[in-house]
Structures are given as structure tokens and as C-alpha cells.
Design a protein around this ligand. Structure first.
Ligand code: ADP
Length: 481
């Protein structure tokens, strides 16, 4: 069942229940109001009749010749000075239930309870001979200490029944009509409100991986559906950026591989095209060895980044001395520093306990320190220092090298980004495991991110470059598991 139909059905069902409750309440309220006013009228009439009664001697010839009712009363030794309203039926009994005056209104009337109440007033329903439904008020009375009796007053409630029937008739016609009209309205509104969703669906269906540059561009108001369309467009933009990044990554990676492979192929071809001396073969093999190392380093870097992208690079957390780790990693680069005539200073405290992934931090230190050695001039200084700062360890690698022009700083951690391509590759030294393809710093950034740390770079051309890494001494709770 589609949403439109479901919405309309719910809407109709709720409306039906509301109308039903409303109608029943209206019916009950109207009925009780009408009957209350009928009862009040009966009571008023009874009071008037009782007020108008007067006991007189049977012999009295004080007659109301002009009034039939008064004449009947006088015969019974009673005088009634009040003539009840038209449509009001009445009769009078003595206190024993014997009829005193009866103008004959109640002939053949059917009462549910025939016994007359002598000491309390009673309201009841009865039916007259010609099937007229009446409400009857029976009330005992006492007058001037001279006499007592019971007055019975009745009035037809046929008009109330007519009003009730009319109401039922109107509701029986009005409710289905209202429901029909509002269901149609509900269906129209639901269709109208959901129409943009259909448009989004069909537009989304037409977008495939090959045309991620397309957008819905619905131009809808900023409501739930409008925001859905915008969110969808934003998601497409992110997907497109992700796909582009992947494509660029593959293109860059292939390009980086092609260069050393071309060198290998060229060297081997040249060497093989005629017989060579053993020394030449050795020279070629050494080049092959160096280039292969470079390729292995590149593949290893790519693999590491791919695993990081696929969340397959979990942290292996242990508690260890960060100072010792840095000192050991840096000392692996002493030979390289000496070869380039760069002074490597290591300034670390005796102990700095940390909970982190030791292998990944070794890799991070090696990348940053070997970069500092690679990209400085002979005679420059490289200083590696570490300190505890609050909940963080700060690792600083500062060099006095040529520095990095400001426009490159923002891209430094991008994949395959090199400030000076030729220099990167030639400076790459095989024993640092770096391919020189511009992946070293992006790997460093990934490792810092994995540790929930931060890395900053500051550089001034001609003055030197400083990298500062903040590493939490304790990993966040959810990373320890
Ligand atoms: P690569 O593998 O080419 O060294 P990196 O990602 O490690 O790539 O570094 C990116 C670029 O940043 C390098 O090409 C280099 O030009 C520059 N760079 C990195 N560290 C330094 C530094 N300490 N001083 C000057 N330039 C640096």
C-alpha cells in the first residue's frame, strides 16, 4: 500500500471517529436539553395549577359558568383559578388516589407504573390512547390546611422526537458527504505533497556512477522534502568528489609506477643489446635494485593508504615509552643524516609513557625525520624533540633547511603532492622506505588522524620548516577496545 493511500485512509478513519463522537454528543446534549426544558415546563404548570386551586363547599353556587374547566372543578368542591396552557394535560386526585377532577385527557393512557406517589413528585413516560407519547409529572400537594391531593400534568414530547429524527437524518446525510469530500481533499493534498518525492525518485533513478556530476536541482521550498532533495544533491557532490579522488589516485599511482618501470625497462634493454663487462652488468643490476626498492616502497605506501581508506588499519594499542621509541627511530636515520652532512639533534626526556600504536608511530617519526634530512642542505640542522603538554605529547621536528613556499603548505598532506617533483625523487633514499612519490606526508596525516591527534606545519623560505604533532597520551575510550 503506498503512502498516499495509507495517509488518506488514516485521515478518513480519524475524521470518521471524530464525526461519530461529535454526532453522538450532539444527539445526547440536544435530547437532554429538550427534555430538561419539557420537565421544567411541566413543573411550572403543576405549580400554577396547585397555586390556582381553592377548596370550596360542595353546596357553593359560586360557579364559573363561562369556563368549562372551572365548572368541572366546582362540581368536585374545588375551584381552579388557573387555566393550564394549551396542550397541557392534567387531572387531580385526592390524597387516596380517587379522581377529583378529570377533564378526560388520560382516557386509556398506558402508564408503566399505575400506583400514584403520595409523598414525592414523579416524572415518567406514558402513552396516550392515540399513541401520543407524553411525559407525565405527578406531584402531591396540600392547601391552606384544608385539603390535599395529587396533581398530574402531562405534555406530549412528540416534537422532541421529531427534532431528534431530523438531526439523525441530517447527520446521516452530512457525515458520508463530509467524509467523501474530505477523503477526496486528503487524497488531493497527499498527492500534491508527495509529488516531489516521485520526481526525486525518478531523477535519482536516472543518475548512475558515470554521471555523478548531475544534480536534482529541484528548487523546492525549504521543507522536509526540499531538504531531502538538497541532502541528496549534497550526497551526490560528496560521492562525485570521492569518485574523482579515487580516479585521480589510480591515475597518479599508475603514473608513479610507470616512471620507475620505464627506467628499469630502458636500463635492461640498453644493457642487453650487446655483450657488456661484468662491471657494467653490476652497475645495471644496482640500478635495477634501487629502482625495484623504490617500486616496492611505492606499492607498500599505496597498500597502506588503501587499507586506511577501507578502515582496515586498526590501532594496535600498547603502553610504551614514547621517548625511547623516538630515540630508536631517529637513530636509524643517523647514518642517512651523516651521509648528507646534516646534524641530527635528538632532545627527549628520559621517559614519556603513552598508550598508542608503536609501529604506526615509528612509521610517522621515520617519515617526518627522513623528510627533514632529505629536504635540507648539507650543514643544516634537524632537531627532534618531544614533551608532554597536558593530555598530549607534542613531537616537534624542526629543520633549518630551505623551507616550503607558503602556497604549498595547504596541499602538503595531499596524496602525491610534491613541492619539487624532481627533487623529491632524487632525494628519496631507499633505506627510509620512502618512494618519493609525495605520499609520505599523507600517510603521516592518516596515522595522526587514527590516533585522534593533530599535525601542524610552519615554514619560512630560507629559514626552515617545523612539523608539530599532538598525540593524546591516552586514546579515547572507544579506541581501546
Ligand atoms: P615525498 O615522498 O615526496 O617526500 P612527502 O609527502 O613526504 O612526499 O612530502 C611532500 C613534499 O613536501 C615533498 O615533496 C617536499 O617537497 C615537501 N617537504 C616535506 N618535508 C619537508 C621539509 N622538512 N622541508 C622542506 N620541504 C619538505
Amino acid at each position: 500500500m503506498n503512502i498516499r493511500l495509507r495517509l488518506t485512509l488514516w485521515y478518513t478513519a480519524i475524521l470518521f471517529i471524530i464525526l461519530l463522537i461529535f454526532s453522538v454528543s450532539l444527539y445526547v446534549a440536544l435530547e437532554s436539553t429538550l427534555f430538561v426544558s419539557l420537565d421544567t415546563h411541566l413543573q411550572q404548570e403543576a405549580a400554577q395549577v396547585i397555586g390556582g386551586l381553592e377548596f370550596i363547599g360542595r353546596e357553593s353556587d359560586d360557579k364559573y359558568d363561562d369556563d368549562e374547566v372551572a365548572a368541572a372543578l366546582t362540581v368536585s368542591g374545588l375551584r381552579l383559578r388557573y387555566v393550564p396552557e394549551e396542550g397541557v394535560l392534567w387531572r387531580i386526585f385526592d390524597r387516596n388516589g380517587q379522581v377529583l377532577v378529570d377533564p378526560g385527557y388520560f382516557k386509556d393512557a398506558i402508564f408503566r407504573n399505575d400506583a400514584l406517589p403520595t409523598d414525592y413528585a414523579r416524572l415518567e413516560y406514558a402513552t396516550l390512547a392515540d399513541n401520543v407519547p407524553v411525559k407525565v409529572y405527578t406531584v402531591p400537594f396540600v392547601i391552606e390546611g384544608r385539603g390535599a391531593g395529587i396533581v398530574q400534568i402531562a405534555e406530549s414530547y412528540h416534537h422532541i422526537q421529531q427534532v431528534q429524527q431530523l438531526l439523525v437524518f441530517l447527520l446521516a446525510i452530512g457525515i458520508p458527504f463530509t467524509i467523501l469530500a474530505t477523503t477526496a481533499g486528503g487524497w488531493f493534498l497527499a498527492t500534491h505533497a508527495l509529488q516531489p518525492i516521485d520526481r526525486i525518485t525518478s531523477a535519482a533513478r536516472q543518475i548512475s556512477a558515470s554521471d555523478l556530476n548531475r544534480r536534482l536541482n529541484m528548487n523546492l521550498p525549504n521543507d522536509e522534502i526540499g531538504r531531502l532533495a538538497t541532502t541528496f544533491d549534497d550526497m551526490l557532490a560528496r560521492l562525485e568528489a570521492g569518485f574523482d579522488q579515487q580516479k585521480r589516485f589510480i591515475a597518479d599511482a599508475s603514473h608513479e609506477m610507470r616512471t620507475p618501470l620505464t627506467i628499469l625497462k630502458g636500463e635492461v634493454d640498453v644493457t642487453l643489446n650487446r655483450p657488456r663487462t661484468a662491471a657494467t652488468y653490476r652497475e645495471t643490476l644496482e640500478l635495477v635494485d634501487e629502482t625495484t626498492n623504490q617500486l616496492i616502497a611505492l606499492v607498500e605506501e599505496l597498500f597502506l593508504l588503501a587499507r586506511a581508506d577501507n578502515q582496515q588499519l586498526p590501532l594496535q594499542l600498547t603502553r610504551f615509552n614514547l621517548a625511547e621509541l623516538i630515540s630508536r627511530a631517529a637513530s636509524r636515520l643517523v647514518a642517512q643524516a651523516e651521509k648528507r652532512n646534516v646534524a641530527l639533534h635528538i632532545d627527549i626526556p628520559p621517559a614519556l609513557p603513552i598508550v598508542a600504536d608503536a609501529d604506526k608511530l615509528t612509521r610517522l617519526v621515520l617519515n617526518l625525520v627522513s623528510n627533514a634530512i632529505k629536504y635540507t642542505r648539507p650543514g643544516d640542522d634537524v632537531t627532534v624533540s618531544v614533551a608532554a603538554e597536558g593530555r598530549f605529547a607534542t613531537l616537534t621536528i624542526a629543520d633549518t633547511g630551505p623551507g616550503i613556499p607558503a602556497e604549498h603548505l595547504a596541499h602538503l598532506f595531499d596524496r602525491f603532492y610534491r613541492v619539487d617533483k624532481a627533487r623529491s625523487r632524487s632525494a628519496s633514499v631507499t633505506d627510509t622506505n620512502s618512494s618519493g612519490a609525495g605520499l609520505g606526508l599523507s600517510i603521516v596525516k592518516r596515522l595522526v588522524d587514527l590516533h585522534n591527534g593533530r599535525i601542524d606545519v610552519a615554514s619560512e623560505v630560507g629559514q626552515g620548516t617545523t612539523f608539530v604533532v599532538w598525540l593524546p597520551l591516552q586514546p579515547p575510550a572507544d579506541d581501546t577496545g
